[in-house]
Design a protein around this ligand. Structure first.
Ligand code: FEO
Length: 395
């Protein structure tokens, strides 16, 4: 595996092929925890670590390049345990190393681990550290993805260690974008943005603006492939995703008990499909929240269907809407629908979520008692046409 970003600058992380869950995000193509070793003439710096169980892989990768007692600096850009979990063991294994991070990160690390014996060097925005012919420069990137998040720039090589920004949960033994399948890489970059970055879209955009003055030859995130050939593609995608830029796409998702809500969903799809827009239908039994939010992020309009269950909505619909609410996709048009038996509550409750998302409601919730009659199905088809019109308007 080619791990060299530049002479004496190497990837030393861990590729996690089997991981399928990242705090609720279904990582169907695994992930990687990227750490990097930068060897200057005078000092050696390890940039970040890996998840705790994989510390031995990281240490072996470092040892293959330099003895561990020659590591002088361990940069911690971000305290989240996928990058800092191995830090306690790494600090022990590298007896001469000082942990370099910002003040907020030091505080976060001390709340996760026993840091009483650690030697820290606190760095501030723009500060530099000379490794001998190699200079590290640090920039705070607040809320990209936690309050203490920071990135590290290797000045002479024009390499930005961008932490979570521009990452992908994607396992591959090809370390660089131009060595990997770009269709898969971009799909996973989009899924990562929708499931991790979306609620912090504005801070990430602010950070990107601040860092855009740097000369960049390589952008090395903490997950997935390293960008050295397709900057334009990922930067442009981040601009679009930042505003959840709507495309001419309609999403209909639903849960059903006795098929009534499913028949309503299918009638909505029929109406939408009369126009030349992309229409996708998801039964929540068959789609996870990770895929759903990725589809929703760039749709123009969507409909959510739920029967009434015990005077509320279906638990699977509530789970999906709760997940979506946290990620805050912006600027969508939407509607709710669903059947009920004797009290119409589910679709109305779903509508409350849509309002909380800031969606513009195209019509009041469409409901039917027990099973949809011809008139209800006509209403559903008409609602589908409205969704399609909203989608066509963004063309
Ligand atoms: Fe990959 Fe926010 O940690």
């Amino acid at each position: 595996m080619n791990t060299e970003l530049a002479k004496n600058v190497n990837w030393v992380g861990y590729v996690d092929w089997p991981v399928r869950d990242f705090h609720g995000y279904q990582t169907k193509r695994g992930s990687s925890y990227n750490a990097y070793l930068v060897q200057g003439n005078d000092k050696v710096a390890l940039i970040d670590t890996v998840k705790a169980p994989y510390v031995d892989f990281l240490l072996d990768n470092v040892r293959a390049l330099r003895p561990l007692d020659q590591v002088d600096i361990i940069v911690c850009n971000h305290a989240e345990p996928d990058h800092s979990g191995a830090l306690p063991a790494v600090v022990k294994a590298c007896p001469n190393a000082v942990v370099v991070c910002n003040a907020k990160c030091k505080d976060a690390l001390s709340r996760h681990y026993d840091t009483a014996d650690w030697r820290f060097q606190i760095v501030k925005e723009g500060e530099t550290l000379d490794l001998g012919g190699r200079t590290l420069q640090f920039f705070d990137t607040v809320m990209c993805h936690w309050p203490e998040s920071m990135v590290t720039y290797l000045v002479e090589e024009e390499i930005l260690f961008s932490m979570d920004c521009f990452g992908q949960h994607y396992a591959t033994y090809r370390r660089f974008d131009d060595e990997a399948d770009m269709n898969e890489v971009m799909q996973e970059a989009k899924t990562y943005y929708a499931n991790i970055v979306l609620p912090y879209a504005q801070p990430v955009a602010n950070a990107a603006k601040k860092l855009s003055t740097l000369k960049l030859r390589i952008v090395a995130p903490s997950h997935g492939v390293i960008w050295r050939s397709h900057f334009d593609q990922i930067f442009k995608a981040y601009l679009d995703w930042h505003v959840s830029k709507p495309t001419p796409k309609v999403i209909v998702f639903y849960s059903t008990m006795w098929q009534s809500t499913r028949h309503m969903a299918e009638a909505i799809v029929q109406g939408a499909n009369e126009s030349d827009v992309c229409v996708k239908l998801f039964d929540l039994k068959a789609v996870g929240d990770t895929e759903l939010i990725t589809e929703l992020m760039d749709c123009a309009a969507f409909a959510v269907g739920t029967p009434t269950l015990n005077q509320s909505l279906m638990p699977r619909v509530a789970a999906a809407l709760t997940y979506i609410r946290g990620l805050k996709p912006a600027g969508k048009k939407a509607l709710a629908f669903g059947s009920y038996g004797w009290a119409s509550k589910g679709a109305q409750e779903a509508e409350t979520y849509l309002k909380a998302f800031g969606c513009e409601l195209l019509v009041p919730a469409i409901t039917c008692r027990f099973a949809p009659d011809a008139e209800t199905l006509d209403k559903c088809r008409e609602a589908g046409r409205l969704l399609a019109q909203a989608a066509l308007a963004v063309k």
